[in-house]
Design a protein around this ligand. Sequence first.
Ligand code: FES
Ligand code: FES
Length: 155
Amino acid sequence: MANFTLNINGKNKEVDVDPNTPMLWVLRDHLKLVGTKYGCGIAQCGACTVHLGDNAVRSCQLPVSVVGEQKITTIEGLSENADHPVQKAWLEVDVPQCGYCQAGQIMTASALLKQNPNPSDPEIETAMNGNICRCGTYTRIKKAVKMAATIEADS
Ligand code: FES
Ligand code: FES
């Protein structure tokens, strides 16, 4: 066990865990931030996606010991009032079906738009490609990412 001070959603959080513990379990089990989901555990589905700095990463494959002082953002910290452009677009398009994959989808989409505010269709497809949705909401996801880009541009 070791003690880590982590910057999660803008606040310092201390945890005492095995250094190999994936961030997914630190978030869910130790910090009770259960918006980040467990899907496959092997970096294949994207359900566990969070931001490490400005990048979308798979928290199931991110050992707590490599995070250091880098900022982690989870779906709970993406915006104060669920009013991030991606969240607004997701609501407007009514993207989710069962909802299980959607936190990961939103975190991947928001990282994409931070790095590329006006992505082309192929760029959206490439960025979202690793996020699996068993309900098949892909068409709505793409529509919402495009809408979020216009909301971002207006705000
Ligand atoms: S749970 Fe991490 S990618 Fe599937
Ligand atoms: S909305 Fe059900 S898995 Fe994506």
